[in-house]
Design a protein around this ligand. Sequence first.
Ligand code: ADP
Ligand code: MG
Length: 602
Amino acid sequence: MNEYATTTATARIIAVQDDIVSLESSGDRPLTKNEVVYIVPSRGEAKHQERLKAEILRIYGNRADAQVYESTIGVGVGDPVEQSGELLSVELGPGLLGQVYDGLQNPLDLLASQFGYFLPRGVDLPALDRNAKWAFTPCVQTGTRLYAGAALGSVQERRFKHKIMVPFDIRGEAEVTWIQQGNVTVDEPVAKIRLSGGKEQLITLKQRWPVRNPLSQAMLRNNINQRQYPNAPLVTHLRLIDTFFPIALGGTGCIPGPFGAGKTVLQSLIARNSEVDIVIVVACGERAGEVVETISEFPQMIDPATGGSLMDRTIIICNTSSMPVAAREASIYTGITLGEYYRQMGLNVLLLADSTSRWAQAMRETSGRLEEIPGEEAFPAYLDSSIKGIYERAGVVSNADGHTGSLTMIGTVSPAGGNFEEPVTQSTLSTVKTFLGLSADRAYKRFYPAVDPLLSWSRYLEQLNPWYQRELAPDWTKQVQSVLQLLAHGNSVHEMIQVAGEEGVTMEDFVTYQEALFVDMVYLQQDAFDKVDVSVPMQRQKETFMLIMRLIDADLQFSDQNHAREYFTRLTGLFKNLNYAVWQSNEYQQLLDKINHLISAI
Ligand code: ADP
Ligand code: MG
C-alpha cells in the first residue's frame, strides 16, 4: 500500500497519546477524515525510514487526530507525517481466497515467512501476490459501453470464475477501447476504457476500495445495483438454525453468549457446512490462542461440499496480538468490503465476525482517548449507529450483469458475565433479524449447540414462508411455530414438576413435557463430533421433522407416567441412532421401520 503514499511530508506531529496522535498540516494539502497518513518516527529506537500507518479520525482547522495502527514508541512532537491522499482501503482482485490477512490486509503467512513470528513495525506488504499470473478471458468487445461494477472478463480463481469488473469509482458510462486475452499479473493491463469525460484509463485485474464506504451503496447510488429482499434461507446444515431460527441468505444474525458457551465452535460449524460460495472469517480473538487455532485448523479442513480444501472458499481476517486495538477496529470493515466485492460478482458470501464485542471495545478505547462524550458503559454515543452501519452492508444485490449475489452476516457477541442487557448486545439485537442466544446452563449440560430455544428468535421464519411452502411443505412455518410453543409449554411443566413433583401435574402435561424433552434431545441437539450428524441437509431435516410432527400429533394413550417415560426413552434412543445413520442407507431404513412400528403400536 506504500506505493500510494507521497514521499514528502505535509504535516507534523504535535502530540502523542498512546496510539492517538495529533498532527498539524503545513497547509499544502487539505486533511480528510479517514485519510491514511504515514508517520516517520525520528526518536528513540525507531529505525530509519520506518513509516507507521495511521488514519485520520477527527479534523479541527489545520489540525487532526489520527489513530496509529502500530506501536507509537519513538514517535515524538515534530516528526514528519506524509499524507497518502487515500482513505483506508483494501486491494480487490484474484488471489484473495485462501489468504489469512491481518486487519489492514497484510498477508500473515507472508509476514511470518519473511519476519518470523515477531512482526516488525511499519511493515506493509501487498495484499495480492505481484508475481502470480492469471489467465484473463474477456467477456465484452471493444466498443461495449459499461457502468462501474459490470464485468469485463474473468480469471479462474481456485473453484470460482473471478469477474474482473469496471472500477467501482467510475461515474457514468465507460466505453471499452481495447481489451485482450492473456496471462497477466494483477498489475498488467488487460483493457482500456474511455470515461464519459473522454479520458482513457487502463484496467488491471486489481482495484482498490475504501473500507468504510459501503460498496453496494455506492453502486446503488449509481443505479447499477438493485437491492432485493432476501427470499431463501442460508442452509447451515444445523437443525436448530435451519428449522427453528433460520438466517436468510443476505440476512443478519447474532450469537451472544457468555464465555465458554460455544460461540466460536458454533461459528466454525456454520463456516464449514453452510451452503454458500465464499466464507469470510473475521477473528477478533478473545484469546490469542483462539486466533492461532482458527488459522491452523481451517487450512486442514475439508470442504464437505467439494471434498477440496475449505480454504479454497475461505478468507480469514485475523488480529495478531502484536497489533494495537485500532487494527481490530479496521478488521471488520476489511472483511465486509471483501465480502461485498465477491457479492458484486453474483456469489453468495457469508461473513462471520467473532467477536463483535472486542471490536466495540476497541471503539470504546479509541473514543476514550479522543475524550469524546461517552454513552452507556463508556461506549461511544455512536455505538448503535456503528453496529447498524456494519450489519446494513449485508443484503441481496443484483448487479449490472443481472446476476444476484448475497452477503450474509453473523456476529458473535460476548457480553461480560453473560448479561444480555449490556449496550453491545442490545444494539446488535435491535439490528439483526435472527438471535441465537447461547445459554451457560445448556452448555454446562453439554446440550450442544447450546442455543436456548426459549430465548432465541428469527424474523425470517415468517419472511421466508414462500420458500418453505415451495421447497418443504405448505404449512411448514406454522408447524415449526407449534413445536416452539410445545417447547415453551414443556418448559413450564418442567418448572411445575420441580415445585410439585411429577404427581403434581396432569397426564396430559406430563406427556407434553416428555415430547418437549424428546424434541430437544433428538432434534435441537446435534453432535459436532459425529461425521453424519454434524451436517444435515435441508431435505433430511424435513424428513425427520415430519416424523416428529406425526408423533406429536398422534393420540398417545399411556397407562401411567412410567409408561409414557419408557416410551419416550425408547423413541429417543432410536432417533439418536437414526441421526447417526447415513441418510437413506439400509440402517437408516431399518431404524425408520422400528420407529414407525413403535409409534403405531401405542
Ligand atoms: P466461546 O467462544 O463462547 O467462549 P467456545 O466456542 O470456545 O466458547 O466453546 C468452549 C468449549 O465448549 C469448546 O472448547 C468445546 O469443548 C465446547 N463446545 C462448544 N460447542 C460445542 C459443540 N457444538 N460440540 C461439542 N463441544 C462444544
Ligand atoms: Mg470464542
